[in-house]
Ligand binder design. Structure first.
Ligand code: NDP
Length: 676
């Protein structure tokens, strides 16, 4: 059998294993299948290469350029899925597990590609939040912005998700404009190496944007600066060791950790046997125990059930777990494969023994294990093991020892308060789930347990068909948790991108803010192109280009006509005495929607032209009532432009309506699609 050489990718070249290489065994046969690592890796040179070649190339691109790059990368990876599946069986993972790791990783990258284009600007500066008004006359304003870190992100990943683990960190990093050096866990790094090869050979990434270290990381962390970031997933012990590095502490290097987590699932008091929620609970728990052979950071370790239902839960779970066919993950009949290594198996059995000191094993005996198509002793196979802890208040290990395999403990609760207290005994976790059809139960758990958990997952008969599962971190939602779970946050949409950028408070005049952000700020210079802006194409329009309309007097007939025409005969528009009794109105006033319609009538250019569609309106505020006899006029300014494709782009117009005394009566942002 040939032994695979797993290389690193450093400074644009592949570096084969040599002195200091580590061996990697198959999870199925225990035989050595690969080696990885090279003590001679030039880690300082890799950091310099990322900082000097990769970073500048990425920062030249806009968020949209980088989002398009992510999409192309993800689609390219998808074309090479089969090769990755084939290699990944050696990690003990089944085809269903590959879908979570490989397809899940690609899907995550696609979500960031899409969010990058929808929620970030087509420029290099991300505007964070609204303008802060710091002066009476508006000549001095504040605005937060985010710009990419000018260093490198070092990603240290766990063995359980060799592809997803890399891509979920890489996507937000690259979208931010920061190069990455990825260090996968050695035991499954051959799968990551293939994914990196696929990405590098696609030539989609600029040089220096992605490097790979297989084997040891050397003293790379000793060379990090304030512009670098470390994102770590693995054990709490390693997290503590790495984050205590004097250079990391001394330079305030950002260090995000996602570590051990004693995740809980609570069966609601309403979810008694016979309800759809009870069956759903059994299904979710058994799936979480056996997927990836329980090697999931989000897997359910503690099953918290009403005391009266505990026996029924144990019985139903045991029946379901008994159907789990354990075997060579390549076999279609296999439902659960192996742990990643012999070392991991020894660790799981050791932790299970610890749990057995305070809980009774009610299902799964490692000594009588049947394995299909593989040798149970040579491969890293263990059965699903279910424990029952009769006194969870007195117990300790069940709340703080994570057996990182198909191992879980059932414990009973007296009332919901007790259930919450037990869930919080994990001292910080990634996710807790609650299966309940009672919104009051959900609210109580959110208030009582929210502070201890990065994610709360509620499921019941209404959502079960479309729900994504207790254990699935979603790119849109925060993944991470307080305390034992590492104290970090990953994913969560654009929040994740900001982890690789610096937020800076910008203070200055409106023109300065417009210049820095590329978005027109009220009070800054208006330009007049000498033509109606609706006659100008997307490419011709400039940020700050403004039109001021003529004014129009609103009459009582207008108000009555609009009321009768639309059916909106609300008393404030029709009944002077009633309107006067209302503290907001001086008497009968014009409809807000009438003002919007008149505004459109004042600013549109009626002829066919480059404005293709009005796609919406944001941030509408009516500030002052308009009475019959008042005259309104409109200012329309190009605030921001976003190219959508080669044919058209979105123009965001800042619009204000003022009265005859120049008092602002309404403000909003109008969105149009304009042809190029
Ligand atoms: P480790 O913490 O040992 O390893 C995690 C990562 O850190 C790996 O890439 C590892 O590389 C790397 N690493 C370890 N030591 C160093 C170092 N000194 N410098 C730089 N990098 C280092 O976790 P394991 O993967 O061995 O898993 C152990 C336990 O961690 C599991 O049993 C489980 O309890 C927990 N775990 C939790 C996860 C979670 O997501 N919450 C995920 C995975 C594990 P290498 O492999 O080369 O040593």
């Amino acid at each position: 059998m040939t032994i695979q050489n797993v290389s690193s990718f450093a400074k644009g070249a592949w570096v084969a294993p040599a002195e200091g290489a580590r061996t990697i065994a198959s999870a199925i046969t225990g035989e050595v299948i690969a080696t990885a690592g090279n003590d001679a890796l030039d880690v300082q040179g890799m950091l310099d290469y990322a900082r000097e070649i990769g970073g500048p190339a990425l920062r030249k691109m806009t968020f949209h350029d980088r989002a398009r790059m992510l999409k192309a990368l993800a689609l390219h990876l998808r074309e090479h899925r089969d090769a990755m599946y084939s290699l990944s069986f050696n990690t003990g993972a089944t085809q269903a597990d590959h879908l979570i790791d490989i397809d899940g990783g690609i899907g995550t990258m696609l979500v960031f590609a899409s969010k990058g284009r929808k929620e970030m600007p087509d420029s290099q500066v991300y505007v964070d939040g609204e303008i802060e008004h710091l002066s009476r006359n508006g000549t001095f304003l504040g605005q937060h912005i985010c710009t990419p870190l000018q260093g490198v992100a070092v990603h240290i990943n766990a063995f359980n998700f060799p592809v997803w683990g890399m891509l979920e960190k890489l996507a937000p990093t690259l979208l931010a404009g920061v190069p990455a050096i990825v260090k996968p866990a050695t035991s499954s790094c051959y799968v990551t190496e293939l994914a990196v090869k696929v990405m590098v050979e696609s030539n989609i990434l600029p040089d220096g944007a992605l490097q790979l270290v297989t084997g040891g990381l050397g003293d790379m962390l000793d060379h990090l600066t304030c512009q670098d970031a470390v994102a770590f997933t693995g054990s709490a012990d390693t997290a503590l060791k790495l984050r205590s590095n004097p250079e990391i502490l001394g330079n305030s290097v950002r260090f995000t950790a996602e570590a051990d987590s004693l995740n809980a699932s609570i069966l609601g008091p309403d979810a008694v046997p016979g309800t759809p929620e009870f069956d759903l609970f059994i299904k979710e728990v058994s799936r979480e125990m056996t997927t990836k052979a329980g090697q999931k950071c989000t897997a359910i370790r503690r099953i918290i059930t009403p005391e009266a239902t505990t026996e029924a839960v144990i019985e139903a779970l045991s029946t379901r777990l008994a159907k789990t066919v354990i075997g060579d993950p390549r076999l279609e009949t296999t439902r659960m494969g192996a742990l990643v290594s012999g070392g991991q198996k020894a660790d799981v059995l050791e932790k299970a023994a610890l749990l057995a000191s305070e809980a009774e094993r009610v299902f799964g005996d490692p000594d009588t294990l049947t394995v299909e198509g593989a040798d149970a002793d040579k491969g890293a196979f263990v059965p699903p093991m279910l424990f029952h802890c009769g006194d969870p208040d007195a117990a300790q290990h069940v709340h703080d020892s994570e057996a990182f395999g198909p191992v879980s403990t059932v414990m009973g609760y007296r009332d919901l308060e007790h259930a919450i207290a037990l869930a919080n005994r994990g001292k910080g976790s990634l996710v807790a789930s609650v299966i309940t059809h009672d919104a009051e139960v959900a609210r109580e758990v959110a208030m009582g347990a929210g502070a201890f958990h990065g994610r709360l997952y509620f499921n019941n008969r209404d959502s079960m068909k479309e729900s994504t599962g207790h254990g699935s971190p979603l790119p849109h939602m925060v993944h991470g948790g307080p305390g034992r779970a590492g104290g970090g946050e990953e994913l969560g949409g654009i929040r994740a991108v900001k982890h690789f950028m610096q937020r800076t408070a910008i203070q200055g005049s409106p023109d300065i803010l417009t210049g820095v952000t590329g978005q027109w700020v009220p009070g800054s210079t208006e330009t007049d192109a000498g033509a109606h802006p609706f006659t100008r194409r997307f490419g011709e329009l400039a940020v700050g280009e403004t039109m001021h309309t003529a004014s129009r007097t609103v009459t009582l007939e207008d108000i009555e006509h609009f009321a009768n025409f639309t059916g909106d005969t609300f008393y404030a528009h029709m009944d002077d005495a009633a309107a006067k009794r209302n503290p907001f109105f001086p008497g009968r006033v014009a409809h807000g929607y009438l003002l919007l319609s008149f505004a459109a009538g004042l600013f549109v250019e009626p002829n066919e032209g480059p404005v293709l569609a009005n796609t919406g309106l944001d941030g509408l505020r009516f500030m002052k009532p308009v009475s019959a006899g008042d005259a309104i006029k409109v200012r329309l300014t190009v605030k921001k432009k976003t190219k959508r494709n080669d044919e058209y782009g979105e123009v965001r117009w800042h619009v204000t309506l003022t009265n005859q005394d120049d008092e602002q009566v309404a403000e909003y942002e109008l969105l149009t699609m304009n042809a190029f």
